[in-house]
Write a protein that binds this ligand. Sequence first.
Ligand SMILES: *Cc1c(COP(=O)(O)O)cnc(C)c1O
Length: 370
Amino acid sequence: MRQINELNTSNRILMGPGPSDVHPRVLKAMSTPLVGHLDPEFLEVMDDIKQMTQQTLKTQNPLTFVVSAPGSAGMETCLVNLLEPGDEAVICIHGVFGTRLADIAERCGAKVIKVESEWGKPINPDDVKKALASCKPKLLAIVHAETSTGVLQPLEEISKLTKESGALLVVDAVTSYCGTDLRVDEWGIDALYSGSQKCLSAPPGLSPVTFSQAAIDVLDQRKTKVQSWFLDLTMVKNYWEGAKRAYHHTAPVSAMFAMRESLRLVLEEGLENRFKRHQQNHELLRDGLENLGFEFLVENAYRLPMLNAVKIPKGLDELAIRKQLLNEYNIEVGGGLGPFAGKIWRVGLMGESATINHVNMLLGALKAII
Ligand SMILES: *Cc1c(COP(=O)(O)O)cnc(C)c1O
């Protein structure tokens, strides 16, 4: 048997597609002694989180809370609650996470109508219009910030088309949340999920979600039981709301302490300042990477500030350099997914990792290596 020593991981600089670096105040909050998950003091923590999640999502939705599991569970929460077998769902696919949405919708027994675009390009509203007209859609689901390609998907026109068709709009805001403009109420979003570990810079494992009244009406009119016990909103909702606060599952208390502090940091900085910081550091990184011969995958108008998808200059061994960055410089950047494996890097500037020092550290290391 091997001897298992005390945990002693390296001090990494996280510049991949998430998790991102975490503020010391958040780490400190996580080491707060536990309270019971039904302790009145913890219920107050849940109320704080709910209020700050509403503020950061720009929504008044009373059904706004945090799923005790990562972003993919938030994705599944939205779809398993809103879809029943036989429903039709328009799923937009412009990368890995759209593909995952379609997979989950099919597992719900829905008939999936796919709207696709070439990876690295946004979804075209004209294609959405055709797909919505071709069926009786219960919902349309789309990824706002496609972390696999670096595309920022404009939502307002697609929201209008979705509303006109009578369908609900479901949005993946895992990577966009707290890093770029996002307005749940103003943009008519009916169900939205995010993640804790990207631009919010909390540890991974939690998924903020929100549901509009129209989405709750659909849930209330279900003919079948939600097939997932854990993610069934009709029950989770009683844990997060109302006077009774009934036991549903044991909340991850320490992770919620961390989430609360991350949200406080976001609101202290101010959302607009935070968006500006992400954009400015993206521009700094862009200029530096372009000088070194990297090319952006996505055209300027649709580029994400927090996820920089860049093509590797010819003649460079992407995997060897990525390993060297990690082993010699403690810097993590992400490789490509799916068709982009081995072809692109995904450099994250998310939350606490979106700083001038992060940009300079990466550029300095790359200059030394290349
Ligand atoms: C990271 C991510 C997810 C999945 O979140 P996990 O926390 O890894 O489950 C979903 N959608 C997008 C766009 C993401 O970037």
